[in-house]
Design a protein around this ligand. Structure first.
Ligand code: GLY
Ligand code: MN
Length: 456
């Protein structure tokens, strides 16, 4: 973890921003798979990590703004726990490491919480924490979404969105290992293997680096399915193979990269043509990133570059900006150009995209644009991904063609002839600075020449 002063300062700022009342933050518990003691990989809550840095299950904390008191609640290991799981620092020792001097057993949380009229809590996502809230202050799980503290959400977002220098060091390291994961997968993939074998090769790099994956690995011949977690297919000559994977380091900072490779040694000429358009849209998005200017500009640049690139190949027709406004580009690119990244791979998504990515402004409801997670002006310390792609989704092609949708923008016969093409995405991670945008981590191979060089 960082030094205690980092967490002390973060909590001081949070208390000032929230102003009054009691801030209640839950850590995460172990989560069981098929019986109580058989648990998933433990992942601490990111906001809890941000303010307390403690990677340990079963904790809660309060910041009593009115009385300027901070308490961490948790139970020390019993001798039975120690026999099975080994000795552990005490809760008091853990609390000291983040500058908190008061600790109490978990069952004392109710007595502290019941004395306060205004309790600020976040929009909880874990059922067990919702149940704890119910027991503590009688808020039913179904009511959490309408009763969480917007003041607390806004205060947390306003701190976590700006990555400090020490966080940027962590993010560079997380992306560096993410690049290693991709290069391993890009070199390893061969016809005749299953997707699962490639997935294991990529995951191995993350585990060997001491951390883990930042989200379930996507390693697929069906890159047109945006979040494809099925790994049962056998990989064949001539196919495209899409990898979307990232490292989460020991401090829980994420990387998030995507690559697309030919299964054969070289791309076919059809694959090259579409690949070059995705690279051009990637570069257009990066070129549109300006300090103080909206991230949405990068999205518009990516979408219109895809539309114009596909127009040159005969897939589309008409004006790219008109097509973007109508939503026609979303036939090929039905999602967003990027999202914030930090302690979560989709940073703070649990706190609400409208606060994280839109400064509270309403999001578009249009198909495609509604999936853009980040649109607001970029400031120094904002960390985000750039990940435009081109996807041929047979079900979407059939649906929209059947509805005679976008006949002014789409050459349906040409599109239909590519219905089994698959999908291509490249993704990199960036930080905005006052001097402009900077790539996080080392460069990942992405030009056709660089990718094919790894395939020999
Ligand atoms: N890399 C997964 C995602 O951005 O959704
Ligand atoms: Mn991403």
């Amino acid at each position: 973890m960082f030094q205690a002063k980092t967490y002390i300062e973060r909590r001081k700022v949070l208390a000032e921003k929230v102003g009054s009342g009691l801030i209640l933050l839950f850590g995460n518990d172990e989560s069981s798979m098929n019986y109580a003691d058989n648990t998933y990989h433990f992942r601490q809550d990111s906001t809890f990590l941000y303010y307390f840095g403690i990677q340990h299950p079963g904790l809660a904390a309060v910041i009593d703004v009115d009385n300027q008191r901070e308490i961490i609640f948790g139970n020390d290991y019993t001798i039975d726990d120690i026999v099975w799981m080994g000795p552990q620092p005490t809760i008091a020792e853990r609390a000291e490491s983040c500058g908190v001097s008061n600790v109490l057993p978990l069952n004392r949380l109710s007595s502290v919480a019941s004395k306060t009229s205004r309790i600020h809590f976040l929009p909880l996502y874990r059922p067990e924490n919702k149940i704890k809230l119910l027991e503590l202050i009688d808020v039913a799980p179904k009511d959490v979404a309408n009763t969480f503290s917007l003041d607390l959400v806004k205060a947390v977002v306003s701190q976590r969105e700006f990555k400090s220098d020490e966080e940027i060091v962590q993010l560079h390291q997380a992306v560096d290992v993410s690049v290693d994961m991709h290069v391993a997968g890009m070199k390893f993939t061969r016809p005749g293997m299953t997707e699962a074998q490639v997935c294991a090769e990529i995951h191995k790099v993350a585990l060997a680096a001491g951390g883990n994956i930042s989200f379930p690995i996507i390693a697929t011949i069906n890159g047109q399915t945006l979040h494809n977690h099925y790994h049962g297919n056998t990989i064949k000559e001539g196919e495209l193979f899409l990898i979307d994977a990232g490292y989460e380091n020991t401090m829980s900072y994420s990387g998030d990269l995507s690559s697309t490779i030919p299964v054969s040694a070289k791309f076919t000429s059809e694959q090259k043509d579409i690949y070059e358009i995705t690279l051009a849209s990637h570069q257009a998005a990066v070129d549109a990133l300006e300090f103080g200017k909206a991230f949405k500009n990068a999205h518009i640049a990516a979408c219109t570059t895809i539309f114009d690139g596909l127009k040159a190949l005969g897939f589309t027709k008409g004006n790219a900006m008109d097509a973007f406004e109508a939503g026609a580009h979303a036939l090929f690119f039905p999602c967003g150009t990027g999202h914030m990244m930090g302690l979560d791979v989709h940073d703070m998504e649990d706190l609400g995209e409208v606060w994280v990515g839109y400064d509270g402004q309403p999001k578009s409801k249009q198909f495609g644009l509604k999936s853009l997670r980040l649109a607001k002006p970029l400031q120094a310390g904002h960390v985000f991904t750039i990940e435009p792609g081109i996807y041929f989704i047979p079900e979407l092609i059939d649906l929209w063609r059947g509805q005679n949708k976008f006949n002014d923008f789409i050459n349906w016969d040409k599109v239909d002839s590519y219905r089994n093409f698959g999908g291509i995405r490249n993704e990199e991670d960036f930080v905005m600075t006052k001097e402009g945008v900077k790539l996080l981590g080392k460069a990942k191979p992405k030009t056709i020449k660089e990718v094919e060089a790894l395939r020999t």
